[in-house]
Design a protein around this ligand. Sequence first.
Ligand SMILES: [Zn+2]
Ligand SMILES: [Zn+2]
Length: 405
Amino acid sequence: MEEESLLLLQLLKKYFSDEEISFTGEFRRYCEVLDKIDLLTSAPLKEVMEMLNESPFEQLEEVENTIHAKTTAGTLFHISFSDKNSFFKNLFITTGNDLHVEEVKKRIADFDSKYFSSEEEIYQSAGLSFILPELREGINEIELAAENKLPQLIEPKDIKGVVHAHSKWSDGNNTIEEMARYSMKLGYEYLCMSDHSKSATYASGLSVERVLQQHDEIDKLNQKLSPFRIFKGIESDILGDGSLDYDEDILSRFDFVIASIHQNFKMSEEKATERLIRAIENPYTTILGHPTGRLLLSRMGYPINHKAVIEAAAKNNVIIEINAHPWRLDLDWRWIQFTMKLGVEISINPDAHNLNGIHDIHYGTLAARKGMLSQKMTFNSRSVTEMEEYFTNRKSKIGSMAAKQ
Ligand SMILES: [Zn+2]
Ligand SMILES: [Zn+2]
C-alpha cells in the first residue's frame, strides 16, 4: 500500500511538475488503520483524470470534485483538488483531525480570508512552533507547540540495532547468520536474537539443550562478524501464572529476555494485568513484548490496565516494546507519552521472522513518532558498545539480587 502510494505520488509529480502535490489526511498523519489514501493537488482535475486513464485501475471515477481510484491490489485513493493559492491552507485543513484544525484556526484572526505560502506560515501566525503532520491529533500537541516544547522525534537513522528477531531455530525462515548479515547490510550495529521459548511448541520453541547449542553458534558467529554483534536472547512465553519459561540457571545465560504472552488469551483485564505484572517483576525480564497481543483489524488482544502495567515497568526498570509489525503496533502510540513520563524506555522491535521483516522497523518508527517518542527514550538507539555495557551492567545487578536471596 505504501509502495503503491509513493509510486502514484511520483507519477503525479512527474506529470505535473509545476503543481503542488501532497499526501494528506490520515495517511499523512501515519494513522495505523486506513481505509483510503488521500492526496491533494493543485493540478487540474481533468488532466489528472486523463493521466490516470492510461494506467490500469480496477475502478476510476469522479465523485464531487474528487477522483476515486482503486488499484488492482485493492488500495483506494481519493485525490482532491485545490487552487494553487489556497493549497497550503487546504493541505493544513485536510491533514489534521477536526479538533486540531479548529484549535489552530481559533488562534488566527481572519483565517478564511488569509493567504499562506506554506504550512509553516500557518503555525507561525497561530503563535505556534511547527507541528509535524503525524502529531496533528488534537491531543496536547498545540499546548506543547505554544510553549515550544515539542520533542525532537525519533528518526529511522537513530535506530542502531535490530531487537526481537526469530531464526530457523524456532519459527523464522532464515539462519542467524543470514539475519545478522542482512542487518549489517542495512547499517545496523547489532542483532538481538530472540527465538521462541520451550513452551511455544506451536512455534518450535527451544528446549534447554537447543538454547545451549544456539549460544555456541552465536559465539562462533560473533567471532566471524565482529565488530557486528549478536546478542543472546529469548522471547520467553509468559506462562499462565506470569512466570517465565526456563529455570534461573538458563535465564541467567541470556543477555536479555523479552517476555510475551502467546497462549491463553481469554482473560479478564484483572487477570491479564496481573499476569503481565508478574512477568515484569521477574528480574530476568528485560523487555515486555507486544503488551496486548492485538492484531489490528482481526484480533482485539486481551484487555489490560495500561497504567498499572507501565507503572510496574517503571518500578522494575523493564523496557516496553513497540512491536513494529504493521498489524500489531503494540504498545499503542497513544500510551507513549505516559510511558516516557514515567521514565520507561521503549524499544522499536521488528519481531522479524525473515530478512524482509527487519524492514518493519520503519512502521514502528512511524507509530513511535506519532506518540512523540524521543531518541533519548528509545532503547535501541544505543550503539553496540552502549548496548553491550547496558546488558553487562543489568546482568551483574541480577546476580547480586539473586545472591541476596
Ligand atoms: Zn511474540
Ligand atoms: Zn516474536
